[in-house]
Design a protein around this ligand. Structure first.
Ligand SMILES: O=C(O)CCC(=O)C(=O)O
Length: 263
């Protein structure tokens, strides 16, 4: 497994706006992460559900919008779309604190910069289901500085058939809809983008990860297979980042970092 990126890998990342990191979870870690996510969805995990944001997938045949979301468990089902606050789960925190990710954060933000987690989330396309996610950039207007990187890890094979993420390589230098609060493009902007570029399916094996620049335009579709498309996505940012509501974000690397043994 990679421990550090080479100069040529950094050059590739800077040019393309993304980089495949290869396998980042061992077989045992992958099996444990898959099991933990299923346990969390089924309500049998020993986590504090009252602090965990959970959102159901869309109601099939009824709507194209995600189902209800908010803090707390929403029922025992594998049909969740998004689950956040996973930095408070020791299994996921240990993964987030791997040396490779520390190295990546130090390169991007500076070796002396403490790093916080803007979000650590499970993104799921349930078997035969899923909610279409339209083209966007991971950029929010409520921060005093932009979070720059996301590490997206496949917990199942991510394929075209099961709703993998599509990206627009090399389009990470400019914001397409800078006034949108959370980086979403208008329909016209998204249509113009896909007319100009060949959207690239980011197919990954289970346990593989990709480093994504937060400005890299991306979208994802639905799952047409009987196997879920589970993934874990972490956005790392400078821990000095402040949002308009002075929300506290957990430190992952540096002074005051969360410790999996204390959770
Ligand atoms: O997993 C997906 O389908 C989309 C993920 C995404 O938008 C993100 O990680 O920022």
């Amino acid at each position: 497994m990679l421990q550090q990126l080479s100069r040529s890998q950094w050059q590739e990342y800077e040019q393309e706006g993304y980089l495949r990191l290869g396998r980042c979870l061992t077989d045992d870690e992958l099996a444990a992460a898959q099991q933990r996510m299923d346990d969390i969805m089924l309500g049998t995990a020993s986590i504090d559900y009252s602090r965990t944001f959970m959102q159901l997938d869309r109601i099939p045949g009824k709507t194209n919008k995600p189902g209800p979301g908010g803090r707390g468990h929403k029922g025992a089902t594998l049909r969740y779309r998004k689950i956040q606050d996973l930095e408070f789960d020791p299994l996921f925190l240990r993964y987030m604190q791997k040396p490779l990710f520390r190295h990546i954060c130090a390169h991007v933000y500076g070796a002396d910069t403490s790093i916080a987690c803007m979000r650590a989330m499970f993104m799921n396309k349930p078997a035969g289901e899923g909610t279409h996610l339209v083209w966007h950039q991971d950029r929010w207007t409520n921060f005093d500085r932009d979070p720059l990187i996301t590490i997206w890890t496949a917990l199942d094979p991510a394929t075209i058939a099961n709703g993998c993420v599509y990206i627009a390589p090399r389009r990470h230098h400019t914001l397409i809809n800078p006034s949108h609060a959370s980086g979403f493009m208008t329909d016209d902007q998204a249509q113009a983008l896909v007319a100009e570029i060949e959207p690239m399916p980011l197919e990954l094996d289970a346990g593989e990860a990709a480093l994504l620049h937060n400005y890299l335009p991306h979208s994802s579709g639905v799952n047409r297979t009987p196997i879920a498309r589970r993934a874990f996505s972490v956005c790392f940012m400078d821990a000095a980042t402040v949002d308009s509501q002075h929300h506290a974000y957990s430190v992952i690397f540096g002074e005051g970092a969360l410790d999996p043994a204390q959770l």
